[in-house]
Design a protein around this ligand. Structure first.
Ligand SMILES: N[C@@H](CCC(=O)N[C@@H](CS)C(=O)NCC(=O)O)C(=O)O
Length: 236
């Protein structure tokens, strides 16, 4: 069986597990501590990063782009009968999402409103591109769930948690993206692609007292406290 080497709140991992869930593929998951990487992990991961996918024959794959393409090759694609050009366009839209995972991570870690606004503006450029490209939905490609949906899912899932916990909606200017977010949340894939304690781990890290979002986006600003440990670490 496929094994995914994971870190609980990593969006690159979630992109991979979301694909596996969307395709109903069985997999095991092993969580590691990124602050104390085990030797066996460093031996199989040239870059020392998660996700790593250990294939059934023992081959270790790294880099989420390559892993997702591998998953697409070993199981029927979510969208069948796409031309080479359509597949390439979909990969490009997927890369656009994954290039912004760390931008979103750093946005959520903004210590004050000014920094948050700067980072949200950068992140918003990618949501604006999606807004311009989305059609009538419900999914990116219309009525069928596809790879692009799975690449954007970590961004949209995390934006949803931020909104629920802090009241701050980073998608408020993008009605089509917002509708897309609702549809993807309703697939159940967001919850299935993360561990049971995801919201707590995620909130402990990104929505703690050291971030503006964590101190209550809708409340008066209090000065940030000095960082105190970091709840197990995050991605960016
Ligand atoms: N380009 C990589 C990025 C993966 C990545 O940044 N993973 C982070 C966790 S979210 C990581 O393993 N960080 C540990 C490190 O860089 O030492 C991919 O797409 O798989």
């Amino acid at each position: 069986m496929i094994k995914i080497v994971s870190f609980k709140i990593c969006p690159f991992v979630q992109r991979v597990t979301a694909m596996l869930e969307a395709k109903n593929m069985a997999y095991e998951i092993e969580y590691i501590d990124l602050k104390n990487k085990p030797d066996w992990f460093l031996e199989v991961s040239p870059v020392g990063q998660v996700p790593v996918l250990i294939a059934a024959d023992g081959t270790a794959l790294f880099e989420s782009d390559a892993i997702v393409e591998y998953i697409d090759e070993i199981a029927p694609p979510l969208l069948e009968d796409l031309s080479a050009e359509e597949r390439a366009v979909n990969r490009a839209w997927s890369y656009l999402a994954s290039k912004h995972y760390l931008v979103q991570c750093s946005t959520m870690q903004a210590p004050d409103k000014n920094v948050l606004d700067e980072r949200v503006a950068k992140l918003g450029k990618s949501f604006a591109r999606a807004e311009n490209r989305l059609g009538h939905g419900p999914y990116f490609a219309g009525d069928r769930l596809g790879n692009v949906d799975m690449a954007w899912l970590p961004l949209l899932h995390r934006a949803s948690i931020v909104e629920q916990v802090s009241g701050y909606d980073m998608l408020s200017a993008f009605p089509k993206v917002k509708a897309w977010q609702r549809v993807l949340m309703n697939t159940g894939i967001p919850e299935k692609s993360v561990p049971g304690d995801f919201v707590r781990k995620f909130s402990d890290f990104y929505l703690s007292d050291r971030t503006w979002l964590g101190r209550g986006a809708n409340e008066n600003e209090r000065p940030p406290e000095a960082p105190s440990g970091n709840a197990g670490g995050g991605c960016g």
